[in-house]
Design a protein around this ligand. Structure first.
Ligand code: NI
Ligand code: MN
Length: 232
């Protein structure tokens, strides 16, 4: 069964297969470029890669309205459960869980994960991660916010990845050139960029990344905000 992948700007992706859907890193109301309103989200679960506000985004509001579980690392999950009364499915790096709609494995990321609870106010959000989401028989790898690290090669070797989203914004994560190296290591059927142009500090030309990727023989696309691709 194919998978539908929709880009909602920054690092927010919706993954659909059959009657099920999930949303990763729903930074919508805070993102002027996002076209999806948090009020219109209809999904079975929300996945959060790490505690930074441009990833947690509208998680609390959406999860409360839909009464759907939030999947996150243990520390963020407990914060959401006890401080925000959300349904959670805690997990951690290296672990996988099987759910009615598919399988989620949390992968490492080299970044921070403090939860932003106010301006300049943080609580410990554990370690940052990425996700391997398998729905139907297709696997999407969302790298989260991360630097290039050599275990991305292992993630590529151990998994049959059909679509992979990699940050290209630089400054806080890998930039264009490191994301090309990561894509080569992953060897996914399709690679797409994320985490760029949302704010001035991460301005990048995704077409530069696209040309470099294709010059390396990689399958790559730049997704428009709101665009859906069918992952075969
Ligand atoms: Ni971050
Ligand atoms: Mn970020």
């Amino acid at each position: 069964m194919s998978m539908q992948l929709t880009y909602h700007g920054h690092s927010c992706f919706e993954v659909r297969s059959g009657d099920y859907a999930i949303l990763i890193d729903p930074y919508l109301s805070g993102n002027k470029m996002a076209t999806l309103s948090p009020d219109d989200v209809q999904v079975d679960a929300i996945l959060v890669t790490h505690g930074h506000q441009d990833h947690v985004g509208d998680t609390v509001a959406i999860a409360r309205r839909l009464k759907c579980p939030v999947i996150a690392n243990y520390e963020i999950s407990m914060y959401f459960a006890y401080k925000k009364q959300l349904k959670v499915k805690p997990m951690h790096i290296g672990g996988a869980i099987q759910l009615p709609w598919g399988k989620v494995k949390m992968t490492p990321a080299l970044h921070g994960s403090a939860l932003e609870i106010g301006e300049g106010e943080f609580v410990d959000g554990g370690l940052p991660g990425g996700y391997l989401v398998t729905m139907g028989d297709r696997t999407f790898y969302h790298a989260g916010d991360t630097a290039l690290f050599s275990d991305i090669k292992l993630i590529g070797e151990l998994n049959d990845i059909h679509a992979a989203a990699l940050p290209i914004g630089d400054r806080f994560t890998m930039g264009i050139d490191d994301a090309i190296i990561a894509a080569k290591w992953l060897g996914a059927t399709l690679h797409v960029p994320m985490h760029y142009n949302t704010f001035s500090q991460i301005e990048q030309d995704p077409q530069v990344w696209l040309k470099k990727a294709r010059d390396q023989g990689l399958q790559a696309e730049v997704m428009e905000i709101g665009q859906t691709l069918t992952i075969q």
